[in-house]
Design a protein around this ligand. Structure first.
Ligand code: GDP
Ligand code: IMO
Ligand code: MG
Length: 437
């Protein structure tokens, strides 16, 4: 009855995995629609931790259908490794409950090599990518020289396409970056291995999603990354190569735009960023350090320490307005416990003007000054809070101001990594968003 997207409003790592796992209870299907294994979504269930990169975060609910749709870029080796590791831990995964689009593009060894080579050649100008080959794979998709998962099912076609692509990649690897070439035999061997494992999972996911929507099922779309990493709307060029904004749900899955009913924005109660690029509310001091340690802000994918800073409502408002977010899921509120005061930027000042949205140029962003509002800190353990009434008034005031500042209601508050450490205010799958939906 309801199709809902969960979108990261900041620079990723807002806790999308936790919230998707929780909301999946009420969904029939969970769909990844963009990004690749640059994503790291951590679920903590009953004391066990699962770090997912490509498998959708609904997978711990075996009766739900998990879908990797066409907008995702897939490193088959990573996907196979993830499926094997999960099944080894008792998670039920089979072609019955995991469907992978044949249209999804394949991350090949030369994509990773090019990603890494470019980053090291860029020196101080690097983006700080995850090194997973994401950018080069999306480039090839746009250049129409990419290989898709369906190509794995036709070895002759795969070989012919890979041979042409490899000629150009080897030219770059050897001449520009002084590296050894990649042999076609290596790719053909990998393709054989990947196809033998993955072929039962590879299907036309568009039709599966279309049928589910027409049958009135509840579909949950799981965003990866966050709005400020969007290639069009983020802090370009310090972004990823896909669109984590809500518009990509339609492009990346084939769901018609008017069948997406609700968008929930994930907001960490402070801000973090991995990699390079502007970050107006960054705290390069002890408070930033404290938030990183208490919040465990080390990358799920690369283990890199995440840069931390105050909550930036300008960033969140930009996401709300770009994605049509009506409801916010605020995570990691518990991490702010014990700070004497908490800040939130509610606007920027640039050239004597007040800005409500993130400026569209790097120079504008570098000069913009966050305008802070200061809140009294709160103490006491909130990690068992079950309702807003269980929160200290200071924490509640912070949430109320966020909702007011960005123009969206608080729909969920997360106070710890476990499923039951959540105050659920909105039941997104409870009622249709609009008549006839
Ligand atoms: P994602 O990429 O948006 O899915 O987020 P990550 O999984 O990369 O990072 C979020 C981290 O915070 C994970 O380790 C979660 O287990 C953890 N987490 C999620 N929600 C909460 C919360 O409310 N409080 C605390 N303390 N940790 C949380
Ligand atoms: P989840 O889904 C945080 C960042 C990288 C780098 C930039 C480009 O866990 O929120 P890429 O490898 O995509 O070309 O890197 O984007 N980045 C993320 N940061 N969370 C993520 O995913 C990210 N995925 C990519 O650190 O700055
Ligand atoms: Mg993450």
């Amino acid at each position: 009855m309801t199709n809902l997207a969960v979108i990261g409003t900041q620079w990723g790592d807002e806790g999308k995995g936790k919230v998707v796992d929780l909301l999946a209870e009420g969904a029939d299907m969970v769909v990844r629609f963009q990004g690749g294994n640059n994503a790291g979504h951590t679920l903590v269930v009953g004391g066990s931790t699962y770090a997912l990169h490509l498998v959708p975060s609904g997978i711990l609910h075996p009766e739900k259908t998990s879908v990797v749709a066409s907008g995702v870029v897939v490193d088959p080796g990573v996907l196979i490794g993830e499926i094997k590791a999960l099944t080894g831990r008792g998670v039920e995964i089979s072609p019955r409950n995991l469907k992978i689009s044949g249209k999804a593009h394949v991350i090949l060894p030369y994509h990773k090599r090019l990603d890494e080579a470019r980053e090291s050649a860029a020196g101080a100008g690097k983006i700080g990518t995850t090194g997973r080959g994401i950018g080069p794979t999306y480039e090839d998709k746009a250049a129409r020289v990419g290989l898709r998962l369906s190509d794995l099912l036709d070895p002759g076609l795969f070989g012919a396409k890979a041979k042409i692509a490899l000629e150009e990649k080897n030219c770059l690897l050897t001449n520009l970056y002084g590296q050894k070439p990649i042999e076609i035999s290596e790719l053909l061997e990998l393709a054989r291995e990947w196809a033998s494992f993955l072929s039962p999972y590879i299907v036309d996911t568009f039709e599966i999603i279309h049928n589910a929507s027409k049958e009135g099922k509840n579909i949950l779309f799981e965003g990866a990354q966050g709005v400020q990493l969007d290639i069009d709307h983020g802090t370009y060029p310090f972004v990823t190569s896909s669109n984590p904004t809500a518009g990509a749900v339609s492009v990346g899955s084939g769901l018609p735009p008017n069948e997406l009913h609700k968008v929930m924005g994930l907001v960490k109660a402070y801000t973090s960023r991995v990699g390079e690029g502007p970050f107006p509310t960054e705290l390069a001091d002890e408070t930033g350090q404290r938030i990183r340690e208490i919040g465990g802000e080390y990358g799920t994918t690369t283990g890199r320490p995440r840069r931390c800073g105050w909550l930036d409502a300008v960033v969140v408002r930009t996401a709300v307005d770009l994605c049509g977010i009506e409801s916010l899921a605020v995570t990691k509120l518990d991490v702010l416990r014990g700070l004497p005061e908490i800040k939130m930027a509610t606007s920027y000042r640039l050239g004597g003007k007040s800005l409500a949205h993130v400026p569209g140029t790097l120079s504008g962003l570098a000069q913009a000054e966050p305008v802070y509002e200061t809140f009294k800190g709160f103490d006491g353990d909130i990690s068992a809070a079950k309702g807003l009434g269980d929160l200290p008034p200071e924490a509640k005031a912070f949430l109320d101001r966020l909702a007011e500042a960005v123009g969206a209601r608080i729909g969920l508050v997360s106070v710890g990594p476990e499923r039951d450490q959540t105050i659920v205010l909105d039941k997104p799958f409870g009622a249709p968003a609009r008549a006839g939906a």
